[in-house]
Design a protein around this ligand. Structure first.
Ligand code: UDP
Length: 241
């Protein structure tokens, strides 16, 4: 994530200017979620958020054969975030890199508090996130899709984790940054929450926000999460309702 620091960084964050794609400061990109799109996975989901197209597949809970990873009293939630070479303008070199390792790790950390891992000792639950097309905010979109895929797999959970970013672009605090806002903006702050309690399971921040802007971004991201959560419920009900 590249942050270009401009003198707008210290502005008040009052919503004035129009966003590049014409959205209001508190508006999400169009979102679509479908559960149960893959036959061979135990659970799956497909998500579109603006120009992001993401598939999530879940396998397990199943026996974990790698002894050094095994936990005697709970399952491990292994996540693999991967970007397809054709998902971005400049061809992405296939295979893991520092960014995908980081996103895989924070995805597992964002989802784990919601899963009753203690019900499945010595097991693994494997979550695969494949980014088919990327347009900013793929880590959040991936977590949101993975959570629906976990529910689709029937994995017992406290809540359906949902994720969304807010940040600062062109001098104003905005919800759900697009790729251009992410790259040229002043700050990006992805969060994930368990919506029933509002408990935060992920909070990252890249760039500069004043404490006032931080509060405002958190508020926007929380509200964004609640809206996306409704779409997750619709996707699950659409499959089983
Ligand atoms: N991106 C890219 N090439 C890469 C990695 C990322 O073009 O190798 C783009 C992609 O659109 C991504 C955006 O940059 O969504 C922002 O990436 P970041 O690392 O901030 O993660 P994200 O916002 O996707 O969670």
């Amino acid at each position: 994530m590249i942050t270009i620091i401009t003198n707008k960084e210290f502005s008040t964050g009052i919503e004035t200017s129009e966003r590049a794609d014409g959205r209001a400061f508190d508006e999400l990109r169009p979102i679509k979620i479908e559960a149960g799109v893959l036959n061979r996975a135990d659970g799956s989901a497909y998500l579109e958020l603006g120009g992001n197209k993401i598939l999530a597949a879940v396998y397990g809970p199943r026996e974990l054969h790698i002894r050094r990873l095994m936990q005697p009293n709970r399952a491990v939630l292994r996540c693999r975030y991967n970007m397809a070479p054709f998902s971005v303008d400049d061809r992405k070199r296939p295979g893991p890199d520092r960014r995908s390792v980081e996103i895989s790790k924070i995805t597992s950390e964002a989802l784990s508090p919601a899963v009753f891992l203690e019900k499945f000792p010595r097991s693994t639950i494997d979550v695969f996130i494949e980014v088919l097309e990327a347009e900013g905010g793929t880590r959040c979109a991936g977590i949101t899709a993975a959570s629906v895929a976990l529910a689709d797999a029937g994995v017992p959970m406290r809540d359906i984790v949902v994720s969304c970013a807010a940040g600062k672009a062109n001098g104003q605090v905005v919800l759900d940054l697009s790729e251009i806002e992410d790259k040229e903006g002043e700050a990006d702050m992805p969060i994930a929450i368990m919506p029933r309690t509002g408990e935060i399971t992920l909070l990252q921040s890249d760039g500069h926000l004043t404490s006032e802007e931080f509060e405002k971004a958190l508020d926007l991201a929380m509200n964004g999460c609640k809206k996306i959560s409704e779409e997750q419920k619709k996707a699950i009900l659409g499959r089983y309702g």
